[in-house]
Design a binder for this molecule. Structure first.
Ligand code: IMP
Ligand code: MG
Length: 182
C-alpha cells in the first residue's frame, strides 16, 4: 500500500491509500480472462454485469476472454449512499433476452455481506440457464461461502474500497486504481 494525496474530484472524501494499483489489477484481470476462456470450452456464454460497480471490470474482462461471449447487465440497488450493507436488494433491470440453455457468468465488483449475490443468484436460476457461476473482482470473505463463486480476482481486506468502478455515494468510480477510503 502506498500513500496518495486526496483526489481533488473526490467530493470531499479522502483517499487513504492505494490497495491495488492499475498494473496489478490489469495483470489479474488478464489471468481471470484466461481462466474463464479455459473453463468454458463450448456453449453460449453470457457475462452479466451487475451495475453499476462492475462496469469497468466487465469492460476489461471481456477483452481478456478469447472465446465468443455475449454481454448483458443487471441493475440492482442495495446500498443507498451508506458504507454498510442494508441487505435490501431491488432489481431495476434484468436481461430481456432468453437465458435458457446458456452459461451465465454473473460479474460482480465486490462481495461484502453476500446478500446482493444471494438474491440475484436465485433470480437468475429461475431463468433456467445451462450453468450459473459468479466472478467477483474482490471478495472480503465476510460472507458465508457462496458455492457459485468460481472466479475471484483478489481476497480483499475488510475495508471500504473505492475506484475501478467501486463508488462511495456515486463518487470515485473513475479512479484507475482501488483505494481505501479515509
Ligand atoms: P453485499 O450484498 O453486502 O455483498 O454488497 C455488495 C455490493 O455492495 C457491491 O456490489 C458494492 O456495490 C457494494 N459494496 C460492498 N462493499 C463495498 C466497498 O468496500 N466499496 C464500495 N462498494 C461496496
Ligand atoms: Mg455501490
Amino acid at each position: 500500500m502506498s500513500n496518495v494525496r486526496a483526489e481533488p474530484r473526490a467530493g470531499g472524501c479522502i483517499i487513504r491509500s492505494v490497495v491495488y494499483d492499475a498494473d496489478r489489477i490489469g495483470r489479474r484481470v488478464a489471468e481471470l480472462g484466461r481462466e474463464i476462456t479455459v473453463a468454458y470450452p463450448d456453449g453460449e456464454l453470457v457475462l452479466i454485469g451487475l451495475l453499476k460497480g462492475s462496469f469497468i471490470f466487465l469492460a476489461d474482462l471481456v477483452r481478456a476472454i478469447a472465446r465468443p461471449v455475449q454481454v448483458d447487465f443487471l441493475v440492482a440497488s442495495s446500498y443507498g449512499s451508506g458504507t454498510v450493507s442494508s441487505g435490501e436488494v431491488r432489481l431495476l433491470y434484468e436481461p430481456a433476452a432468453a437465458l435458457t440453455g446458456k452459461h451465465i457468468l454473473l460479474i460482480e465488483d465486490i462481495i461484502d455481506s453476500g446478500r446482493t449475490l444471494g438474491a440475484l443468484r436465485d433470480r437468475l436460476r429461475s431463468r433456467a440457464p445451462l450453468s450459473l457461476a459468479i466472478c467477483a473482482l474482490l471478495d472480503k470473505r465476510i460472507a458465508p461461502p457462496i458455492p457459485e463463486v468460481r472466479f475471484v480476482g483478489f481476497q480483499a481486506p475488510p475495508l471500504f474500497l473505492v475506484g475501478y468502478g467501486l463508488d462511495h455515494a456515486e463518487e470515485l468510480r473513475h479512479l484507475p486504481y482501488i483505494a481505501e477510503l479515509g
